[in-house]
Write a new protein. Structure first.
Length: 206
C-alpha cells in the first residue's frame, strides 16, 4: 500500500479539517478556508470535500496540499507525520492521534495562518527576484530585488520547518513569528501590496 493510499484510508477529510483548527457544524459543513467565507459553504464527506461557493473539491491530501501550499507528496507526508501514520505498519496497527494538548487547536489555526503568510511572501519574493533583477552591471539594485535576495532562503527555510519539523519545534516557530506582531505586520504589508497592485492594474487598463 502506498503512502497516499494509507493516508486516505486512515484520515478522513473531517479528521484533517478539525485537526488543523477549522470548526465543523452538525451538518458536516465548515467555512471554506480557500476564500473569504462568511458562512459555512464547504461540505465534508468521509473521503472528499466540496465548496458550494468557490467549487474547491478533492480528497484529504488535496485539502492539506491546498491549505499549506504543498505538493501532493508533501501533503501526504505531513498528514502521516501529524496523525502518527507509519507506512510500514498496517492501518489497524496505527495509533490514534495523540490527545489534544491545551490550546493545541488554537496553535494549529495559527500554524495554518503563518504558513499561508510565509508562502504568499515567498511567492512574492520569487517574483521580485526575477522582475526587479538588474538588466546591466550599471543598473542600481532595486530595493525589492535586494529584499528578495536577502530573505528568500530564510523564508523558505521557515516554511519548510513548519511543514516537516516535529510539533515542539513548530510550536516555537509559530510563537517566534507572532512575537512583536511580526506575522501580523507581514500579513498587513502583503494585503497592502496586493491592493496597490490591483489599483495599478486598474489604472493601467483605463
Amino acid at each position: 500500500m502506498t503512502l497516499f493510499e494509507l493516508v486516505k484510508q486512515t484520515v478522513s477529510v473531517r479528521d484533517a479539517v478539525e485537526y488543523y483548527g477549522l470548526q465543523v457544524n452538525r451538518s458536516r459543513m465548515c467555512r471554506c478556508p480557500f476564500h473569504d467565507d462568511l458562512h459555512p459553504s464547504m461540505k465534508l464527506n468521509q473521503a472528499c470535500f466540496y465548496c458550494f461557493s468557490c467549487g474547491a473539491t478533492g480528497n484529504v491530501i488535496d485539502l492539506v496540499a491546498r491549505l499549506f501550499g504543498l505538493r501532493s507528496y508533501e501533503a501526504a507526508w505531513k498528514l502521516a507525520q501529524d496523525f502518527g501514520i507509519e507506512p510500514d505498519k498496517p492501518p489497524a496497527a496505527i495509533a490514534l492521534p495523540k490527545p489534544e494538548r491545551p490550546l493545541l487547536k488554537a496553535y494549529r489555526q495559527e500554524e495554518v495562518r503563518c504558513l499561508r503568510v510565509l508562502w504568499d511572501y515567498l511567492h512574492l519574493l520569487e517574483s521580485w527576484k526575477v522582475q526587479y533583477a538588474p538588466k546591466t552591471p550599471e543598473d542600481a539594485l532595486d530595493d525589492k530585488f535586494v529584499e528578495a535576495c536577502q530573505m528568500l532562503d530564510y523564508v523558505e527555510f521557515l516554511a519548510d520547518l513548519l511543514i516537516a519539523a516535529d510539533l515542539e519545534q513548530r510550536l516555537k516557530i509559530v510563537d517566534r513569528l507572532n512575537q512583536d506582531g511580526l506575522i501580523a505586520g507581514l500579513e498587513a504589508r502583503l494585503k497592502r501590496l496586493k491592493k496597490e497592485e490591483a489599483t495599478h492594474e486598474k489604472e493601467t487598463a483605463a
